[in-house]
Ligand binder design. Sequence first.
Ligand SMILES: Nc1ncnc2c1ncn2[C@@H]1O[C@H](COP(=O)(O)OP(=O)(O)O)[C@@H](O)[C@H]1O
Ligand SMILES: [Mg+2]
Length: 348
Amino acid sequence: MGGHDPAGFNLFDSEERALADAEALLASLPDTSGDTGARVAALVAAYRRNVREQRRLVRVSDRQQAQLAALNQELARRGAEAEDALARLRQAQEILVQSEKLASLGALVAGIAHEINTPVGIALSCASHLADATGRIRALVAADDVGLDDFERYMDAATDTATLILANCERAATLIGSFKQVAVDRASSGRRRFDLATAIGETLASLGPNLKQAGHRVTVDCPAGIEIDSYPGALSQVLTNLVMNSLIHAYDDGAAGTIALTVAPPEGGFMRLVYRDDGKGIAAENKGRIFDPFFTTRRGAGGSGLGLHVAYNLVTGTLRGSLAVASEEGKGTAFSVVFPVAVPEQAD
Ligand SMILES: Nc1ncnc2c1ncn2[C@@H]1O[C@H](COP(=O)(O)OP(=O)(O)O)[C@@H](O)[C@H]1O
Ligand SMILES: [Mg+2]
């Protein structure tokens, strides 16, 4: 059996040799019937049993070693199987994530088409109405039959339809803008090392006019000198969307609130940024839907329902972090953005 070491063999061989010597000694005794002879014979017999027992033990140990080796082999095989299964699971998960992304992109495109349909449809019917009215007034002018009230009616219609066309085209353009944002290629948006507090300051400064006009107070509590290696554009977009939401959803006109931004020192390679407003909060039944594309409580009043969807995708995708909301009606809303200090290299 190949299970035990050469030292074991030698030991066993020497025992065998010693036994053979003892047997030879016994055989060479002139008389084994005497007292000494009988005692030597008993000793040799005992030694023989001993060596046999030893040999049996070695065989048992060999068998056990063989069993152990087989078990180890089986264990290794199962380990490999488990690793295989895990790899397949990861692959399946990756495919699911991809199809989820595709599905959400599909839903997004369908939603965009649906959303754009309305303003474009209105603009189209207004334009055709304007064309009709213009044709009629042109005919009247040509026939030299145009009265003052004809002309006034035409002017009114032209003004109204032009206003409607403009508003709806603007709405369509805004929607297309949002769509572009969503579709922004992750890889192409720039990654660099930057100072977090500075980036937050710059973003808030760019929002200053909006915030000032509404009379809100903004406080920032971010340790100075934290340098992160990430996507400043994405971070800024996320912050912008959160601020715009507070401006639009959190406060009634004329009500001034406080928006607080708190960044904790890095922990375990991650940053935690908490954005908080003290506005109306989000109704419990809506909380689970605010990150869905096109979920808005301001449909028809400037809401596209894409702001938080974009923010979510940027945080979980580009920044490789997580975005969570906590809100209580009447008490305000808090978003917590957790993201790595250095974005890991993208695997895909
Ligand atoms: N700070 C906030 N306070 C209250 N409600 C909010 C806030 N932020 C988001 N919401 C709710 O989440 C919804 C989805 O937000 P978002 O995706 O940005 O779409 P939109 O702003 O176009 O409505 C909003 O319609 C609103 O109901
Ligand atoms: Mg929004």
